[in-house]
Design a protein around this ligand. Structure first.
Ligand code: 5CA
Length: 450
């Protein structure tokens, strides 16, 4: 993308309404625009990151054997009356009446709708196990929408639902989700710690929240610092293996890590003092096993092996896709702006032309731009007639992890400059070497772009 043709409305001033750094930078980098409290337009740069995260979520869900679909944002109140949640859900639910006087609502989540789809279409235990998911906009009329996309009223969420014949199979689905979520967050350059939590309005006994540690997080968390040493890394995962998924779940949840809702001071105090941590975190996902809470009242049964109808065991599993953008920025920024992890960056590399209009500099930028594109990398080329200082400031603010700077002086020596946003280190090299290096850097971060 040539910046002269892009729509990147960066702000010089720090917007007064933004209290935390991710909100400030998202506004300043021209990623979002507030339309009303907790409701945002996604401007091109923000939309690009949102799509990247969405693609990573899809890839990892499909890898785990989960099936994508799409349910509508508007739902009929009748479904929610069947489960009993229409009255229970409270003021967070946006209720709407259509012209026929029918009660509708903007979905805050989809347990009822998916259970309805299931009962209409699945009749036999032979069709199980089944996990369906979608990534769709949700609405919760939060009393205090704040921190930009972090606590929105309209937000983008992946929600998945498993249907199993037995509790044992449903617990495998729970573990499988836990593992696939760990992979998802790691690919986004984040450490998200599963913590035992409270199930709230979704219900059920077993639930873990995934928390990214950040001072600005809304949740108070208590944990053994040794949990931050564990990561999934590149290990091979067989999502059909109950044993492997259970072992990974146990490995990641054995140490003490809880939100304030489930915190137990006595157990916490048994951790060696040097490893006790009280901190704050951003909840970027939650998984639930709730058994037959929805299948019982809504009649979602299958014919079991003995021919008798049995209610299915279910769980639901959510990732806050739009919130994750805020969480990533909270975890990865400096005083100059955002620092995107390679896996989620909106453009792979920025090209800064130090002397727009200089024929050698322009030609070198054009050819680098083409060479990167030929390798499937997406550069943002600042081809505007601006001062170099202003171009650098914008690149730093929008946070592309790599920048190539090209000017007449370097070109006389046959070199360009490759700069790492995170460390600030620069290296001179030929344009070809810069392309090779970038191809190498991004090789592990390719997303299929479904
Ligand atoms: N049905 C279940 C699982 S699919 C469910 O709704 N879970 S949830 O309530 O925990 O939401 C899933 C994730 O959505 C949360 O972990 C959080 O990351 C994100 N989320 C929830 N509320 C908001 C909000 N107001 N703004 C942005 N993200 C939110």
């Amino acid at each position: 993308m040539r910046q002269s043709r892009y729509f990147l409305p960066v702000l010089k001033e720090t917007p007064a309404e933004a209290q935390i750094v991710s909100h400030r930078y998202m506004l300043r980098a021209g990623m979002i625009k507030q339309q009303s409290a907790g409701i945002y337009s996604w401007l091109p740069l923000g939309f690009k990151v949102l799509r990247k995260l969405e693609n990573i979520v899809h890839e990892e869900q499909m890898r785990a054997g989960h099936i994508p679909m799409l349910m509508p944002t508007l739902q009929s109140a009748d479904l929610w009356r069947e489960s009993g949640r229409y009255d229970d859900y409270g003021e967070e639910m946006l209720r709407i009446t259509d012209r026929q006087g029918r009660d509708m609502l903007y979905g805050p989540t989809n347990e009822e709708m998916i259970t309805d789809i299931f009962r209409a279409n699945v009749g036999s235990y032979k069709d199980l196990p089944l996990t369906l998911y979608h990534i769709q906009w949700k609405f919760r009329d939060e009393i205090r929408p704040r921190f930009g996309v972090m606590r929105g009223r309209e937000f983008y969420m992946k929600d998945g639902y498993n249907f199993d014949l037995t509790k044992e199979d449903a617990l495998h689905a729970y573990n499988r989700h836990l593992v696939s979520y760990l992979r998802t967050y790691e690919r986004m350059g984040l450490q998200a710690i599963p913590m035992r939590a409270d199930s709230g309005p979704i219900g059920g006994d077993d639930t873990h929240e995934f928390l990214v540690l950040a001072e600005t997080g809304e949740s108070e968390v208590f944990y053994d610092s040794a949990v931050t040493d564990i990561s999934l890394g590149a290990r091979e995962i067989d999502y059909d293996s109950h044993d492997q998924c259970r072992a990974i779940m146990e490995e990641f949840t054995a140490l003490y890590a809880r939100t304030d809702e489930t915190h137990d001071e006595a157990v916490f105090n048994q951790i060696p003092q040097a490893r006790r941590r009280v901190a704050r975190g951003i909840e970027v996902g939650q998984i639930f096993y709730f058994g037959t809470k929805y299948s019982d009242p809504m009649g979602a049964t299958v014919q079991g092996p003995d021919g008798k109808p049995v209610p299915v065991h279910m769980g639901s599993h959510g990732i806050g896709v739009s919130r994750l953008i805020g969480a990533i920025i909270e975890a990865s920024h400096d005083e100059r702006g955002i620092i995107w992890p390679e896996g989620v960056t909106p453009f792979h590399v920025g090209i800064v032309n130090l002397k727009q209009g200089d024929s050698a500099a322009d030609a070198a930028c054009d050819s680098l731009y083409a060479a990167l594109g030929a390798h499937g990398l997406e550069p943002l080329y600042d081809d505007r007639k601006e001062r170099a200082g202003g171009k650098f400031a914008t690149m730093d603010l929008i946070g592309l992890p790599w920048r190539v700077t090209i000017g007449p002086r370097g070109l006389e020596k046959g070199v360009v400059e490759l700069t790492c946003r995170r460390t600030g280190e620069s290296e001179e090299m030929s344009p070809e070497a810069a392309v090779d290096r970038l191809v190498q850097i991004y090789a592990p971060h390719r997303v299929s772009g479904l």
